[in-house]
Design a protein around this ligand. Structure first.
Ligand SMILES: [Zn+2]
Length: 342
């Protein structure tokens, strides 16, 4: 039984330091790596990223590049120059405001994203990783002040046109169930669009998606639908447990976390797709590190063979660091090594 274990890696762009980290990762059982490739990376560090990919390959690591914060439609703390530059291509909210997030249905953004993944492929990556593609979420990422749950998007002209095509009527003013279904379909449509184009650019590049483990993932058929996109190779999710502790954390692991693993496991069996799961290795509170061990064990027990943590060394270098990054890193990689030796 082969496992793929890994972490996300960002912040450092100096190859000599990266090599030391690659040695540490390999020593601790990692054999895959997600490198963030933000708009800033693409503009100023593309050649360095190409070098990073080559170095990771020398260490026999599989590499995925992720659009960290690209367009403000993917997860990640990176800012989007696209959203800053193209106000008219941002999503349109029901309060007529435009948050710093592009619209997945906007053809201009789709062209921009196509240029992004062509550059990522040009860097030699093995996989393209769509990280948490989403429509506007109130209060998410500190990028937009509104945390009023009644604020929603997108109502731009492209979304309105597509809604009309889908339902044969105008988009309503409130976020009805039909609107929610529409947005879900448009996430699928975007992923299909991008994956088809990626396969045309380079067929061997693996396409991977991680959806936020929200109600949509846990309670709708979106994982099933993703798995039915032939050009999408790998389906995953990230059941992070927030700041839960004690019984609340235990409950999360045995309910939502386990449910997410079950969904992936079913997708794997039904559609013969590969799957992956993310483990929380940021903002882990002191005394809750054991949840990492349990989380890896639950995932493996559900036959998930690709497991990654966000991020390297308990995210020690960033504001979202764990209380005890060393313990988090040791706990995680002890499990990696345990299963690799089995
Ligand atoms: Zn729109």
């Amino acid at each position: 039984m082969t496992y793929q274990f890994g972490v996300s890696y960002f912040s450092n762009r100096m190859p000599e330091h990266f090599v030391k980290d690659l040695e540490e990762m390999r020593k601790k059982g990692c054999n895959q790596l997600l490198l963030t490739f933000s708009e800033n990376d693409r503009e100023f560090y593309k050649e360095t990223i190409r070098e990073f990919v080559a170095l990771a390959h020398e260490y026999e690591m599989k590499v995925a590049l992720g659009p960290w914060g690209v367009g403000g439609v993917f997860g990640g703390e990176a800012y989007s120059n696209y959203a800053a530059q193209y106000y008219e291509h941002r999503q349109l909210l029901n309060n007529d405001d435009r948050p710093p997030s592009a619209c997945l249905n906007n053809p201009h953004f789709r062209d921009f994203f196509s240029e992004w993944f062509k550059d990522a492929i040009d860097c030699g990556t093995d996989a393209i990783f769509y990280d948490e593609p989403h429509f506007f979420l109130p209060g998410w990422n500190n990028l937009y002040a509104a945390d009023d749950a009644s604020v929603w998007g997108c109502c731009c002209r492209y979304c309105r046109e597509r809604f009309e095509t889908m339902y044969g009527k105008s988009m309503p003013d409130s976020e009805t169930d039909e609107v929610k279904t529409f947005k879900r379909e448009m996430i699928l449509d975007f992923l299909k669009f991008a994956s088809c184009k990626i396969k045309k650019v380079k067929a061997e590049v693996e396409t991977q998606v991680c959806l936020i483990t929200d109600e949509q993932f846990l309670q709708t058929d979106i994982a099933d639908r993703l798995a039915q996109i032939p050009e999408l190779d790998n389906v995953g999710t990230d059941p992070y447990w927030g700041f839960k502790t004690g019984k609340e954390l235990e409950d999360y692991l045995s309910n939502e976390f386990t449910q997410a693993c079950k969904i992936l496991s079913e997708v794997q069996q039904k559609y013969q797709k590969t799957t992956h799961l993310w483990i929380k290795n940021f903002l882990v509170k002191s005394g809750t590190e054991d949840a990492i061990k349990k989380a890896v064990d639950i995932a493996v027990a559900h036959d998930i063979r690709s497991i990654l943590a966000w991020s390297y060394q308990g995210t020690r270098y960033m504001k979202i660091r764990c209380d005890d990054p060393d313990l988090v890193w040791e706990t995680l990689t002890e499990r990696f090594q345990h299963y690799l030796l089995k």
